[in-house]
Design a protein around this ligand. Sequence first.
Ligand code: DQA
Length: 147
Amino acid sequence: MSVYRIGVLHGVNLDQLELRDPGHYGGLTLTQLEARVGRFARELGLEATFWQTNHEGEFCELLHRSREMADGLILNPGAWTHYSWAIRDALEIAGLPCVEVHLSAIDEREGWRRVSVIRELCVACVQGKGVDGYREALEILKEALAR
Ligand code: DQA
């Protein structure tokens, strides 16, 4: 069996993770988070590749190209989650199984964070579990890809 390739895409402001409220985001740098997620992936026999951008159009272009580089996706688009119909459409174009992940429990925070424009396209949404949520997302994707 070939190793499934998982693209992990982080959106706007996630490169500043260590400067954000540790109560919501855990205090890790994005590099530390990616190292942990990379380890989770290897433990599960998956191969993770990471991308981050603060530019919405670039995020869309990454999604356009994602099929060449990945079998499944984990998306944490940051605040774009709540309003970017462009990212929603680009995810539809990508056509890959995707799990939405948020470090914080967005459904229990401000009203505007409870909206996700990508949720209907995702296999699952994992939120409020910090970095461990990414492990859960990898497990969900592995199962979805094996089906
Ligand atoms: C986030 C939640 C979003 O509401 C927020 O804008 C982020 C991070 C999370 O991982 O909890 O930037 O996606």
